[in-house]
Design a protein. Structure first.
Length: 251
């Protein structure tokens, strides 16, 4: 027996003012990648060139990057990471988030706890993905022993492509058998698993899960069925926008 619990809608306050204020500070601009990683729902998988990781400039990878998502429930004896921090250890959330990045960069000492608290509040209030996992925390606390999964869907529905997302449109909390509701392109966050799930870069939430400071509302971004509008006299046969074309248009 399966039951799907739709998640309630987002609030309407704007987060841009918080970021605009922080971006005026040089120290925040220098460490914004670390603050983003502290808040991210997914991890990045790639081979990194550590010979240049401690110098200014972009990260240097020696392989193709991909994003991975873990399970809702952490393994025994391990600290919560990424989306799990939104569910567990919320009483010591700032310190748990700091532990996640400690030692990964040379900027650990520059991270401010008050700034992390402000960013957590901003994300919680505005980001629909954060609300999904916060409600998973509430469900877990009130239904101890009951296993559930979260389904992140790739399609909000026709006519809603450009609307800001509601949690009820992008996710459902599923208790019991989910086989009849899950589609091929869905991201299914398991209840507990040692395996990290690699997310397809064609899923509309691929970037929002990794970059909450860029996609402030957890909004949909690139997907594989964005129509490509081209001049009628061109010889090109492509019907849909490529991922490279999409992000080039956003810069």
């Amino acid at each position: 027996m399966r039951k799907t619990i739709l998640l309630s809608k987002r609030t309407s306050s704007l987060p841009q003012a918080v970021l605009e204020e922080l971006l005026e500070c040089r120290w925040f601009r220098d460490t914004i990648r670390v603050y983003n990683d502290i808040l991210a729902f997914t991890s990045t998988g790639a081979k990194m060139d550590y010979s240049v990781i401690y110098v200014p400039g972009p990260y240097t990878f020696v392989s193709k990057t991909h994003h991975r998502i873990g399970s809702l429930i952490l393994s025994q004896g391990r600290l919560p990471k990424y989306l799990q921090v939104y569910i567990f250890g919320t009483n010591n959330e700032v310190s748990n988030r700091l532990k996640k990045v400690m030692g990964q960069t040379s900027t650990d000492e520059n991270l401010e706890e008050t700034t992390i608290k402000r960013l957590i509040e901003m994300v919680d209030e505005n980001n629909c993905l954060a609300k999904v996992f916060r409600r998973a925390h509430n469900y877990y606390e009130t239904h101890l022993g009951e296993e559930f999964t979260i389904r992140l869907v790739p399609n909000k529905g026709k006519g809603k492509e450009y609307d800001l997302p509601d949690t009820s449109e992008v996710a459902g909390l599923i208790v019991g058998d989910m086989s009849s509701t899950v589609e091929e392109r869905d991201i299914v966050v398991q209840f507990q698993s040692e395996t990290l799930l690699q997310i397809r870069d064609g899923h509309p939430l691929y970037m929002s899960l990794q970059y909450p400071l860029l996609f402030l509302y957890g909004e949909y971004s690139f997907h594989t069925e964005i129509p490509l509008h081209i001049e009628t006299d061109t010889s090109r046969t492509r019907q849909f926008l490529s991922i490279r074309q999409y992000y080039a248009s956003q810069i």
